[in-house]
Design a protein around this ligand. Structure first.
Ligand SMILES: [Zn+2]
Length: 70
């Protein structure tokens, strides 16, 4: 089982940002944006969120979208 939190998405970087309260949307958002801030500040990396990437938003909403054409 993984550690809870948001790991930096850059390969080779081991920074991770803990979510203080797993049930708190604010805590999830704070950890997520802290991670994004770190990625931009430390690596100059701007992550593009994919439409089907699981996130803290409702999973049900993503399901209503049509499948992306391949
Ligand atoms: Zn990093």
């Amino acid at each position: 089982m993984r550690t809870a939190g948001f790991p930096c998405r850059l390969l080779g970087c081991e920074r991770a940002f803990q979510v203080i309260d797993q049930r708190s949307m604010d805590a999830l958002r704070a950890a997520s944006s802290a991670r994004s801030d770190h990625e931009v500040n430390a690596h100059g990396y701007h992550h593009l969120r994919l439409p089907d990437e699981p996130s803290y938003t409702s999973y049900q909403r993503a399901k209503q979208k049509p499948a992306p054409p391949k």
